[in-house]
Write a protein that binds this ligand. Structure first.
Ligand SMILES: [Zn+2]
Length: 773
């Protein structure tokens, strides 16, 4: 017998030796699939006994360490796979796959990118656990799925593919109920790719892509699992539109704060969530503004849209006692610039600040929350400070500080008397109109009428009045407009062909669905508060949570009222008396239905005219598809149709501003859950005094909330703002440095976020110079 000379082992065989034990290979596979693990992690996952098997385990671990297949991290004391180890694992898996394939077995690529053998039992398990199917049925379906899958000529099965097969079998057998529960939610691979490549109109950074991907999963969950089928179908088919489905069961939409709560208590969110510092009751203006900045930031994670800080200059006035206007200005400016910074992902915390031109009657005798108890006196005693604060805020908005106009916070100027009333009111009103003539920024709330005196507003038009318990504090402070559902009014008109009664009957059906959906939302948010998921809103004071959840407002909005009237009467609202009459009939019907379906203590519903770009576009697109371009009365180009929301008369309609204001006024008093009239300024110079005169006329018409708006171009190079949508910067001639800002609906948006079609729409708007001819 020939004896081979003994040779030193080659590196390759030494390494294969090291891996050639089931335990050692298991260690490598574990580190491959689970990442870095500690000594005890690995023992645990291998199912070894720490005392009995310790010696054996240490031996195996040493072998793979010595062969350089794994490595120990000194700092974390965890083991990790080396590049060599990864090579061995890949080789092992290839061999495994090759041999399994030769035996004709089905292979599944599981989610951790490992390959495993097909296991029929897993299908049966999922059917029992997730869909609640009886065991015998589950096993029969699993067998059938296996038979079908075996006939496939695919290289790898994946878990989603298997699920699709099982779902198809369930549908074939008429077992739709089980299929429904077995639905897998998530985004198609293509959609995720698109989200990253062209994140669309509002995404501005990586976080926003993350948020959107999460939103769409939550949205699907809500549509499949939370809402009754007929309501989900109504939403998907465009009969109604549920705003913010991604946050439907997680957060309320908006909140109206009572800043006195945080002035008196400080910010104690961390006591609930364990995150962030606890801030005590502030002792100075700077301290008070610091508490509010942090409160707004914390709360922005617990709501999906806007936050209102009403009576801002009244409630902060005691904190400005004895300060010069320069000092006040400095602190206010820091506060406002802070609010203008993004908080998370894509947006600023959207904040509306209510400014009073004088101390309102209902606050005059209320004793003020003060930095020092010895100061305690009613709010009427801090009149001077409240005016200085209002001035500081308006001045900060108009300052040329080498930045673009301040679009957040939104300033809502509350007018309680004739703006010529006295020198102080006139001075503040002039400042505000000066700002309006430059950038169109502030909102004007008309508090002169009885139904308005104790109302509060947000910059998106959201409104609360003291019409629920009758106590303005309970009704308008620490209260959330919890969600809006838009009703597709034009579709009702297409379906009812001119018959008023049928129209209202069908409208009632849609409203009833909206109310049921809003009830589910309310219950979900109540539950989230109990769970402690909304720590700022649930902060306790005297045993009562901060948010008065039982007073939350649910709104239903009149989407496409103008187009519904056109389809029903053949005229636009402004074109004939009959059209106007029908429009008011519909709005009145929705308002009184909301009132009838409200039920104390907790079911508070109101009609609203608010804006939701998503809903107006989706509804119009689906209707054009369903009824044809010539039958549907959509606005905009055929490729990108939309309905009118927020206002009764479309921006493009050629009517005088006086007539526009008059029409809007009639509808606003029916939409008490929210409204806003937007008046477009022309691109030329606008005289602020002319705007002040226009305001006087508008206030007499009884409009609740309005704003002037103008299109502006901002050059980031010159750091200047120009009116109109400029193609090139008039300063430096560059076009790449220009951003256009327009108020597409309730708020300003940079146009680069949107398609060109929006630029086109904005330029077709009817604009006004407000000069008296
Ligand atoms: Zn420039």
């Amino acid at each position: 017998m020939l004896k081979l000379p003994r040779q030193p082992k080659k590196a390759g065989s030494r390494i294969l030796d090291a891996a050639a034990s089931p335990t050692r290979m298991q260690i490598l596979l574990l580190l491959n699939s689970k990442g870095n693990l500690s000594y005890s992690d690995i023992m645990g996952l291998l199912g070894l006994n720490p005392s009995r098997d310790a010696g054996k385990f240490a031996y195996h671990l040493r072998s793979v360490l010595r062969a350089g297949l794994i490595d120990a991290d000194r700092d974390t004391r965890k083991y990790k796979l080396t590049d060599l180890g990864k090579l061995v694992v890949n080789f092992y898996q290839d061999v495994e796959e090759y041999s399994l394939r030769r035996t004709g077995k089905l292979l599944v690529r599981s989610s951790r990118l490992a390959i495993e053998e097909f296991n029929r039992g897993k299908i049966a398990q999922a059917l029992i656990r997730e869909a609640g199917a009886p065991t015998e049925l589950a096993q029969r379906i699993a067998q059938e799925a296996e038979r079908k899958l075996l006939n496939l000529q695919v290289k790898y099965l994946t878990a989603p593919l298997i699920r699709e097969f099982v779902n198809a079998i369930l549908i074939e057998k008429g077992l739709e109920e089980y299929r429904h529960r077995l639905t897998r939610i998530g985004l198609p691979v293509y959609d995720v790719g698109q989200l990253i490549k062209s994140p669309g109109m509002q995404a501005s950074n990586s976080d926003s892509i993350h948020i959107r991907a999460g939103d769409s999963v939550m949205e699907e969950y809500v549509l499949i699992n939370v809402l009754p089928r007929e309501i989900a179908d109504a939403h998907l088919s465009g009969s109604i539109h549920i705003a913010n489905t991604g946050n439907w069961i997680l957060k309320p939409d908006k909140v109206f704060h009572d800043i006195r709560f945080f002035l008196a208590n400080g910010l104690r969110t961390s006591a609930v969530s364990g995150v962030g510092a606890t801030l005590g009751p502030p002792k100075s203006l700077a301290g008070a503004l610091f508490v509010l900045t942090n409160m707004v930031r914390a709360a922005s994670n617990e709501i999906s849209q806007d936050q209102g800080l009403d009576y801002f200059n009244i409630f902060l006035a005691p904190y400005a006692k004895g300060m010069t206007s320069e000092e006040i200005h400095k602190h206010v400016r820091t506060f406002m610039l802070g609010l203008n910074q993004p908080v998370s992902g894509e947006r600023c915390a959207e904040v509306s600040i209510g400014i009073e031109l004088e101390v309102p009657d209902h606050l005059a005798n209320v004793s003020a929350v003060c930095p020092d108890r010895k100061m305690a006196s009613p709010y009427r005693d801090f009149k001077l400070e409240s005016i200085l604060l209002a001035e500081a805020i308006l001045d900060c908005m108009v300052e040329d500080d080498e930045s673009k106009p301040m679009f957040n916070p939104q300033i809502i100027l509350k007018v309680r008397r004739n703006i010529d009333g006295d020198d102080v009111v006139r001075g503040l009103a002039e400042k505000a109109h000066d700002l309006a003539s430059k950038y169109g920024l502030p909102y004007f709330a008309n508090m002169t009428e009885d139904w308005q005196r104790k109302a509060t507003y947000l910059g998106d038009g959201g409104r609360l009045g003291d019409d629920w318990t009758g106590d303005w504090e309970l009704d308008t402070m620490r209260v959330s407009p919890i969600n809006n559902i838009a009703i597709n009014l034009p579709r009702l008109a297409y379906e009812c062909k001119g018959d008023d009664d049928r129209f209202l009957e069908a409208l009632d059906e849609r409203l009833e669905m909206a109310y049921r959906a809003l009830e589910l939302k309310y219950r979900a948010i109540e539950e989230r508060m109990r769970q402690g998921f909304l720590p700022t809103l649930s902060t306790l004071s005297s045993g009562e949570p901060y948010l008065r959840i039982q007073n939350s407002l649910r709104t239903v909005s009149l989407t496409g009222l103008n187009e519904a009237v056109m389809a029903h009467t053949n005229n636009s609202i402004h074109e004939s008396k009959d059209a106007m009459k029908f429009g008011l009939k519909v709005a009145t019907h929705v308002a009184s239905s909301a009132q009838k379906n409200s039920e104390k203590p907790a079911v508070r519903i109101a009609a609203a005219q608010v804006s939701d770009m998503d809903s107006v576009r989706t509804m119009a697109e689906l209707d054009v598809e369903r009824y044809g371009w010539s039958n549907a009365r959509a606005q905009g180009p055929r490729a990108d149709p939309y309905y009118t929301d927020l206002v009764a008369t479309p921006f493009e309609t050629e009517i005088s501003w006086q007539r526009r204001v008059q029409i809007e006024g009639s509808f606003q008093r029916l939409a008490l859950g929210g409204h806003l009239s937007v008046l477009q300024l022309h691109d030329g110079d606008v005289n602020p005094n002319v705007l002040t005169s226009a305001s006087k006329e508008i206030l007499e018409q009884g409009l609740g909330l309005y704003t002037f708006t103008r299109n502006v171009s901002f050059c980031s190079e010159c750091r200047s703002v120009f009116s109109g949508l400029k193609r090139k910067c008039p300063g430096c001639g560059s076009s790449a440095t220009l951003t256009h800002f327009v108020r597409l609906t309730a708020k300003y948006q940079p146009l680069r976020w949107w398609e060109d079609v929006d630029r086109e729409l904005v330029s077709r708007r009817q604009s006004y110079d407000f000069e008296v001819k």
